[in-house]
Ligand binder design. Structure first.
Ligand code: TXA
Ligand code: MG
Length: 347
């Protein structure tokens, strides 16, 4: 498909109608959500969902998140809603929290990647809910990036990865959260946070009483999210993450050494530390976790647009667990490539 054939339409009633028409006809379209842009298909249409995997280049064993507009739609996608899920829904929906539940028979195996469960969320984005409501079906939607790339937080990011692969991008502007939803599995004896995201671990714990992070099970073995084994969020530039207390000195040394090697480095740091890097190319991730979440994917993508070779990130705990997770994975992939020369696929 010619890249020029991908239309971009501003979110609104007409865009919702157009997107719904395409979804009902078995097409896939990019839609805005408050977290990141999603690549949507009717969750009941197995052939359409298969095309999501093709357009993304996504491994088949990584399941999709299903998005619902209301509680009636939730009843169509899952078998039961256990008490912890009810508490989480009351506290955080609509919003950036996906809940893993036992799937209903209507959800095709392509969506769940053969698992007996399905991850479901109700997005806070009005534009997203309007599209789902207009389509009249729950919508399966992973992030609308090509596999391995940073997630898209604007319509331009989506076009960059998907032009010529999909007919429509609904442009809802910049995403207000900027990192993906937190994924919580409530099918076991205690809630397990499989992926940190827009809702913090303490917020989940405050509502459910207990919750463990995947990989740190309390009691029996924690299930893992299939997606976590893949490398993610990688720009073309190498990513290095530096943590307190010596991060600034280490970044200064790495920056200056890389310049003498003829490379183009960029520093990403808290707003308050910009001055410490003087005339070096440093960019702000703002103050605190919400700012850093909104900025991180766009900054990883801009580094590629500028053809930077090296991204040096000054991470502070104030940036939060979701940003730490995303930049660590982006850096992991670089290390993996440097050591093995092999690029792993991701979601
Ligand atoms: O914020 C978001 O969640 C965005 C927007 C578009 O809603 N979507 C998103 O989807 O991030 P994706 O496909 O990029 O990430 C989905 C994650 C993957 O790590 C996947 O393995 C996990 O959710 N997941 C999906 N279904 C699951 C299931 N049944 N059990 C465990 N993990 C699941
Ligand atoms: Mg993704």
């Amino acid at each position: 498909m010619d890249p020029r054939l991908t239309r971009v339409v501003k979110a609104g009633p007409q865009a919702a109608e157009l997107a719904a028409k395409l979804l009902c006809a078995g097409d896939i379209v990019a839609i805005p959500t408050e977290t990141v842009y999603g690549l949507a298909a009717s969750a009941f249409d197995e052939a359409a969902c298969r095309r999501i995997f093709e357009a993304k280049g996504r491994p088949q064993d990584n399941p999709l998140i299903v998005h619902v507009a209301d509680q009636d739609m939730l009843a169509l996608v899952c078998e039961e809603v256990p008490p912890d899920a009810v508490k989480l829904i009351n506290a955080f929906w609509p919003g950036p929290l996906s809940i893993v539940l036992k799937k209903s028979r209507r959800i095709p195996d392509t969506v769940s990647a053969g698992l007996p469960t399905v991850a479901v969320r109700m997005p806070a984005s009005r534009a997203a809910r309007d599209i789902i409501r207009a389509a009249g079906v729950p919508v399966a939607a992973p992030s609308a990036n090509r596999s391995g790339r940073p997630s898209p937080t604007s319509a331009e990011h989506v076009l960059c990865d998907m032009a010529g692969r999909i007919p429509l991008v609904v442009d809802g502007g910049a995403c207000s959260v900027g990192v993906e939803s937190t994924v919580v599995d409530v099918t076991g004896t205690q809630p397990i946070v499989l992926r940190p995201g827009g809702i913090r671990m303490e917020q989940v714990r405050a509502v459910t009483g207990s919750a463990a992070a995947a990989g740190q099970p309390a009691g029996d073995a924690a299930p893992m999210s299939p997606g976590v084994k893949y490398k993610h969020y990688s720009p073309r530039a190498m990513v290095h993450v530096f943590t307190e207390p010596d991060s600034v000195q280490e970044i200064l040394a790495a920056y200056d050494t890389s310049r003498t090697m003829g490379l183009r480095p960029v520093i990403l740091c808290p707003q308050s530390d910009l001055v410490l890097y003087k005339d070096r190319h440093a960019r702000s991730l703002g103050n605190g976790s919400s700012d850093a979440e909104r900025a991180i994917f766009a900054e990883l993508r801009s580094a590629d647009e500028r053809r930077d070779d090296l991204i040096l990130i000054e991470y502070t705990d104030a940036m939060g667990e979701a940003v730490k997770d995303r930049i660590t994975r982006a850096a992991d992939r670089c290390c993996h490539e440097a050591v093995t020369g092999e690029v792993k696929e991701s979601t």
